[in-house]
Design a protein around this ligand. Structure first.
Ligand code: NAP
Length: 350
């Protein structure tokens, strides 16, 4: 189906001087130059997006870790914060002073996380039950957060699901077809359920929270509201890893991230959208369960020969990445893989 609205068109211009160097500054300081591509408006917007008062800095104090990775007092919302990667991110932000709303469908998990990890820390962990694959529930969530906060500084769209695994290895076309097509758990519904949680949810959560995210920079000195989508190396590698539907949904999540970042920037909003693409980390999804502290475990040996790092990811690997993604004001529209070299050894798709 063709898009409902015409795609943006850009008129070629004869006013651009021959051999003009289209740098950010020439474009910004020569308004008479009509845009020849999307780059003009994009660069102008990017300039306002990232322009800060930072001059070359002679003050060593500004290079201290607590300045570079400062999340003190920031308001964050993490979907799927009750286990796995969401919990790692929750600890990273809350123990460094952020007020973190953790969202999931299971109240007990969220309550336990708040109880176990929310005590004696500079930040807060606040449980909120919500199914983020439903638009009306997202709407209520926005209303709830709006009633409590003036802004949302960090939105980590982390919740995700993986529903079916298949044997992809086969010695004949018949066997391959049997494995993949005849599998009764591999249905159109399974594909759309996976997609629903892993893709449109990111779109609806991000777009619903735009006003609160945009308000972030007004309440925090030079801190643009930021969205981090949890995609996966599964959306990058060429192997299906025995779950086509999940990997296809994660590739879509990566492209959705760049489209959202682009459109938000085009509209001049001070909100950065990036994605993190984890390799293998212990979680309920990868380990099948979690313990009484909502933590999961993958034996180190299991990945000794599978990943260049010779181990699964650890809490601190993810915590470190989330702090970087949340605080780096110059990162926008990117997918950052944190995978111990998984993509290097598995090889990426197109
Ligand atoms: N672990 C890895 O190796 C790995 C690698 C790459 C990417 N990822 C991605 O990381 C994200 C987190 O997964 P995980 O590995 O940490 O697994 P996990 O422990 O199963 O965490 C997923 C969380 O999402 C919540 N959730 C699922 N559907 C939801 C919904 N509709 N509404 C609200 N919350 C929902 C779950 O809680 P409830 O069931 O209680 O709602 C759960 O706490 C996922 O997007 C996953 O694809 C994981």
């Amino acid at each position: 189906m063709p898009p409902k609205f015409p795609l943006r068109t850009f008129k070629p211009s004869l006013q651009v001087p021959r051999r003009a160097t289209l740098t950010t500054s020439t474009l910004v300081h020569r308004p008479s130059i009509t845009p020849i591509t999307a780059a003009h408006s994009r660069l102008v917007n990017l300039k306002s997006h990232f322009s800060t008062t930072m001059a070359p800095n002679n003050n060593n104090q500004d290079f201290k870790l607590d300045k570079l990775f400062n999340v003190q007092g920031k308001v964050a919302l993490i979907t799927g914060g009750g286990s796995g990667i969401g919990l790692m991110a929750t600890q990273a932000l809350a123990t460094n002073g952020a007020k973190v709303y953790i969202v999931g469908r299971t109240e007990e998990k969220l309550e336990r996380v708040s109880e176990v990890y929310g005590k004696d820390i500079p930040g807060q962990i606040i449980p909120v039950t919500c199914d983020v694959s439903k638009k009306d529930e997202i709407k209520k969530l926005v209303e709830y957060i709006s009633s409590k906060e003036k802004c949302l500084c960090i939105l980590f769209n982390n919740a995700g699901i993986s529903l079916n695994t298949q044997q992809t290895e086969a010695k004949s076309a018949e066997e391959m077809s049997k494995n993949l097509f005849d599998d009764e758990n591999e249905t159109f519904e399974m594909w759309t359920d996976t997609y629903r949680t892993n893709v449109p949810q990111l779109f609806f959560m991000t777009t619903a929270f735009l006003p609160l995210l945009e308000a972030a920079h007004k309440h925090n000195d030079n801190f643009s509201g930021t969205v981090i989508n949890n995609s996966s190396i599964s959306g990058i590698v060429k192997t299906s890893q025995h779950h086509f539907a999940y990997n296809a949904s994660k590739a879509a999540a990566i492209h959705l991230t760049s489209m959202l970042a682009n459109e938000i920037t085009q509209n001049g909003l001070r909100i950065r959208v990036n994605s993190v693409a984890p390799g293998v980390f212990p979680s309920e999804m990868t380990a099948g369960e979690s313990d009484e502290n909502q933590k999961s475990h993958i034996p180190r040996e299991k990945y000794e020969s599978k990943v260049p790092a010779a181990r699964p990811g650890e809490d601190r690997d993810m915590a470190n990445a989330i702090l970087f993604l949340a605080t780096n004001q110059y990162l926008n529209g990117q997918t950052v893989a944190v995978d111990g070299g998984y993509i290097l050894s598995a090889g990426s798709g197109p």
